[in-house]
Ligand binder design. Structure first.
Ligand code: PHE
Length: 339
């Protein structure tokens, strides 16, 4: 029996070293060590041995099994490493293959128009400032001369977050923040998102964009306001554009105006875009109310100023002939890709 065991061992080790792939090794393992393998068959016959012989043969069989197992293991590892190396050698990167085209992002049309407007105002000496979208009642209304029960609050349906906390309905809040932290001369614009609880349709959105402007210095008059806004309108719509100032009302400016420009679509003849009037309203403006100045610690006897608020969305939809304001907010790439 010992001889038989030694024979099995020898032939198994020989077969392993002669094997040419991992599959052959596995076949050898099964044929020797498997349930129906040669070594297993021998072990089954051990019952016929005498009690003295049994442990000796048992020990030898175990030793041989361990040796064969070790040989199988190391042969398998060697083949695995070999095939891994082969694979790595074959996997060369073909640098002559054409690459996938990279998708280039574009500016959102609102940003394109905003950047143009910032350029225009910066060229006139305005600083760009930023203000928070979540505002207190004080900055959005009270300090702008709109007390609790003022009817002007109805014009701006407000999203309240808490008793005194709201989403700003107008960038005018930035006027107050600026006047509290800077002393005149002040010359700033503040672009940003504003929020009103409006019904959504082709021309209304609960989120839209304004650009606030504020100039405060000695001897600032309505002429300065007209000059700056006319200059702006000519740069953005072209030098032939006519600009019309209509008397209006805002609680924080006195006097107040609304500014219309000749419709860029029909050049003032009247069309669908301007609803037949020939004019498009682009902004509200006025001379900063003395009460607003003094509430910010600026003496209205010494200083005066003007402010304006431009709607960015309308400017963008008319420039690009976009028929529905909602398209600006849906961010459908098929739409945005066109600009
Ligand atoms: N805040 C005003 C609005 O949203 C616009 C405005 C700004 C008017 C500054 C006058 C001065 O309607």
């Amino acid at each position: 029996m010992k001889e038989k065991l030694n024979l099995i061992k020898e032939s198994a080790l020989n077969a392993i070293s002669a094997a040419t792939d991992e599959k052959a090794i596995e076949e050898i393992r099964v044929s020797v060590l498997g349930k129906k393998g040669e070594l297993t068959a021998i072990l089954k016959q051990m019952g016929g041995l005498s009690p003295e012989e049994r442990p000796i043969v048992g020990q030898l069989a175990n030793k041989i099994r361990a040796e064969i197992e070790a040989a199988v293991d190391s042969a398998k590892k060697a083949f695995a490493a070999e095939s891994e190396n082969k694979k790595l050698k074959e996997e060369k990167i073909d640098i002559t293959m054409p690459s996938k085209p990279a998708k280039v992002g574009k500016l959102h049309p609102l940003n394109t128009v905003l950047n143009d407007m910032i350029d225009i105002f910066q060229s006139m000496g305005f600083d760009v400032v930023d203000g928070p979208e979540v505002e207190t009642d004080h900055y959005n209304f009270e300090a702008l001369n709109v007390p609790q029960d003022h009817p002007a609050r109805d014009m701006q349906d407000t999203f309240y977050l808490a008793e005194n906390l709201l989403l700003r309905t107008q960038t005018s809040a930035a006027q107050i923040r600026t006047m509290e932290t800077r002393k005149p001369p002040i010359k700033i614009i503040c672009p940003g998102r504003v929020f009103r609880a409006d019904e959504v349709d082709a021309t209304h959105s609960p989120v839209f964009h304004q650009i606030e402007g504020l100039v405060v210095d000695k001897n600032i008059t309505m002429c300065d306001l007209k000059g700056v806004l006319e200059q702006f309108a000519h740069e953005i719509y072209g030098p032939d554009t006519e600009v019309k100032f209509r008397p209006s009302f805002f609680p924080f400016t006195e006097p107040s105006v609304e500014v219309d420009v000749t419709c860029s679509e029909c050049k003032g003849k009247g069309c669908r875009v301007c609803k037949g009037s020939g004019w498009i309203e682009i902004l509200g403006a006025g001379m900063v109310h003395p009460r607003v100045l003094s509430a910010c610690g600026i003496d209205p006897e010494e200083y005066s100023g003007f402010a304006f608020g431009i709607g960015l969305d309308r400017l963008t939809t008319t420039r690009y002939k976009i028929s529905d304001i909602r398209l600006l907010f849906e961010n459908d790439l098929r739409f945005l890709d066109q600009f």
